[in-house]
Design a protein around this ligand. Structure first.
Ligand code: SF4
Length: 190
């Protein structure tokens, strides 16, 4: 598997914000979003056992499979090994690829990105909110337990403040949505 990095930190965004978590960042993505803020293209080839060995250094049970797009490489056997090690497995995906068969992931966070979503189940729908705002009615068709609205970081303080204000106004007017902030950037942690 092409792994960009494995590291230990707090989950910075979404429903599990603040949760100590082991991040397995898969390299590569099938999309090329203009606002992508993740350097995921470099990689080291690792076997599933290499990955299990690497994460054994960390005490947390929460594991985040992220990218890039983790479903391009994920296997049900890796998820099985994580479960056998007592881990709670969260995936962060753009939803454009189905999950591997028999892949019993504990929490699916899906951030749709202008392509049809191929998942039969979503736990958390996480939408990157932009200025000007995208048509939010496009997300009405998704059922999820949690709806997270995350202001888009465009590396421009003035625009980011405007987007944050707009996102707060949107959540207050549409209370099924909750605000998701990229707290790892505020805290200057990974
Ligand atoms: S789907 Fe996510 S990782 Fe892929 S290019 Fe878009 S923002 Fe980046």
């Amino acid at each position: 598997m092409r792994i960009n990095e494995i590291f230990y930190s707090l989950q910075g965004e979404g429903y599990f914000t603040g949760t100590p978590a082991i991040f397995i960042r898969f390299s590569g993505c099938n999309l090329d979003c203009v606002f992508c803020d993740t350097a995921h293209k470099t990689f080291v080839d690792m076997s599933e056992d290499d990955i299990m060995e690497a994460i054994s250094a960390y005490p947390a049970t929460h594991v985040v499979l992220t990218g890039g797009e983790p479903t391009l490489q994920l296997t049900s056997s890796l998820v099985g090994k994580l479960h056998a090690a007592g881990k709670f497995v969260q995936i962060e995906t753009n939803g454009t690829q189905p999950l591997p068969a028999l892949c019993d992931i504990d929490w699916i966070t899906c951030s749709p990105k202008y392509r049809p979503v191929m998942l039969s189940h979503i736990d958390e729908l996480k939408v990157v909110y932009q200025t000007p705002a995208q048509d939010m009615s496009q997300y009405d068709k998704y059922d999820a337990a949690v709806y997270s609205l995350q202001p888009c970081d465009v590396n421009d303080e003035k625009k980011n403040v405007e987007t944050l204000k707009n996102a707060i106004v949107y959540c207050l007017a549409h209370p099924k949505w909750r605000l998701s902030l990229q707290t790892h950037k505020m805290l200057n942690i990974r």
